[in-house]
Design a protein around this ligand. Structure first.
Ligand SMILES: [Zn+2]
Ligand SMILES: [Zn+2]
Length: 483
């Protein structure tokens, strides 16, 4: 079940929620092919592949198979022509088609949004303890960011960040035995989709002792954050020296600078029990690099406009303008190398520590004669429908006609093209896969302009005189037209 995605938008029609009567009781499948971001990728991907080595290889490194897979997967995601599940209402027999999603990282905004929703729930129900939390954002100097691009260095950076934070909390609380809980999410992008590696962390605003008692830290934003920043800067530079990425002299020099380029921000706090704020924060930390509504694309010029992720007075200002190929190169940088963990848990929140606590809880529960009120929540099983309710605000398994229960009755994969075509034809659906469209329009125009320029040079055509006399037509009556 979890392999499938439903992409609908509309009103939630669940019986338990009030139905907005101004909206018709219908829902529509998401049609990614109508989105500018989709058009941009589909029209330019071949030209991008052809030009990559010449234009982007030096600055961006080689184009990996994982990256190509993510770009191509995005073009298949949510498209019914690439396979779907059939859902049928057990009451009225109404049928709908549910396209598959790509589930790939880095490019597809829809799948990343779903991943962020899963994370929200995991964090709330499996990870955090009922204490205050804080968000810390660690920013690296621009010229050092690329040194952490490979997975081993990224892991080192995350561990160093945790080590610095732990050391800071232990010193501030004056107890070397304490342990912090920390969730770390490296993010590769800035608001302009520029390559901007930085680290988001959700941490307990204090630390636990061996018995599980929590000691809160009243952090002074001015003073304490500066100390944490200094500690982190020193430790990260040490790691770079040790791994021979920078020289010891450069480290020592940089440490004397007034502005080292390293910064830590810790102003966002989440109070115990404030699930709404926690959810918004986790969603923000795990958000996609780019979303559909932030991109506009002009096929004739190849110009891409990127809008900010942050709304200003309900409006997203334009923050960057790129050429289509340049935009694709930046998007490609967002694909993490295979098996890179994009969410990591440390200290009191590490998988090992949480597993140990869960085991202890189970022992206590088994010893107790009291019956369990509810069985432990199996998130892996429950997520799918719940997730779609949250992301698309519809109940995927609630019939749009009678609100009855929809069941998935069959899965049609793209290995059955004849069957797909038959079903689509029967339902009056036209969702043919994208055909090779040749070069994008902007390139065709460029090529045509170039052709005209070369033609003009070879035949010495005087454009200006042609323009002036464009309305005058001369007919040579002496020509024998073969009539
Ligand atoms: Zn029904
Ligand atoms: Zn996807």
């Amino acid at each position: 079940m979890s392999e499938i995605s439903l992409q609908y938008h509309g009103t939630l029609l669940g019986a338990q929620r009030a139905v907005d009567i101004s909206c018709p009781k219908t829902y529509q499948r998401r049609r990614p092919q109508n989105q500018p971001l989709y058009k941009l990728v589909t029209q330019n991907i071949d030209t991008f592949y052809d030009n990559y080595d010449e234009t982007f290889l030096t600055n961006h490194g080689p184009l990996t198979r994982t990256t190509c897979k993510a770009l191509e997967g995005f073009l298949r995601c949510g498209r019914i022509a690439f396979g779907f599940a059939r859902a049928k209402c057990t009451d009225c027999g109404h049928e709908s088609l549910v396209p598959f999603s790509c589930q790939l990282r880095g490019v597809c905004p829809s799948c990343q949004q779903k991943r962020a929703e899963i994370l929200c729930r995991v964090v709330r129900e499996e990870v955090i303890e009922p204490v205050n939390h804080r968000q810390l954002v660690f920013v690296l100097p621009r010229n050092l960011r690329r040194l952490f691009r490979n997975p081993e260095m990224l892991t080192l950076l995350c561990r160093t960040t945790v080590k610095a934070t732990r050391q800071f909390y232990r010193a501030a609380l004056d107890n070397q035995e304490l342990e912090i809980g920390m969730m770390v999410l490296p993010q590769y992008f800035g608001d302009r989709l520029n390559h901007h590696l930085h680290i988001h962390a959700l941490i307990t605003d204090g630390a636990f002792d061996n018995e599980g008692n929590f000691y809160c830290l009243a952090m002074d934003m001015e003073h304490d954050i500066k100390i944490l920043n200094k500690l982190w800067t020193k430790m990260v530079l040490d790691v770079l020296v040790k791994s021979k990425r920078i020289s010891a002299t450069h480290r020592d020099d940089r440490l004397t600078w007034k502005h080292t380029g390293f910064s830590v921000d810790g102003r966002v706090k989440v109070m115990r029990g404030d699930h709404g704020r926690l959810q918004r924060l986790v969603r923000y930390m795990a958000r996609p690099a780019i979303s559909f509504e932030r991109v506009s694309y002009d096929a004739h010029t190849g110009k891409v406009l990127v809008r900010s992720a942050k709304k200003k007075v309900g409006f997203r200002p334009i923050v960057a303008e790129y050429h289509a190929l340049e935009f694709l190169a930046l998007l490609a940088l967002q694909v993490p190398p295979p098996r890179t963990h994009m969410v990591r848990y440390y200290g009191y929140y590490s998988n090992a520590a949480r597993g140990k606590r869960r085991k202890q809880d189970e022992v206590v529960e088994t010893c107790s004669l009291q019956q369990k009120a509810t069985p432990p929540l199996n998130l892996r099983r429950m997520r799918w429908a719940e997730l779609l309710r949250r992301v698309f605000e519809v109940d995927p398994l609630s019939c749009p006609k009678c609100l009855g229960e929809m069941k998935l009755i069959a899965f049609i994969t793209e290995n059955q093209p004849t069957l797909i075509e038959k079903i689509l034809l029967h339902l009056g659906e036209d969702d043919t896969p994208p055909k090779a469209t040749g070069p994008p329009i902007w390139l065709q125009r460029l090529q045509a302009a170039e052709h005209n320029r070369v033609y003009a040079q070879i035949y010495d055509v005087d454009d200006s005189s042609e323009k002036e006399n464009s309305d005058v037509m001369t007919i040579d009556y002496d020509v024998n037209w073969g009539a």
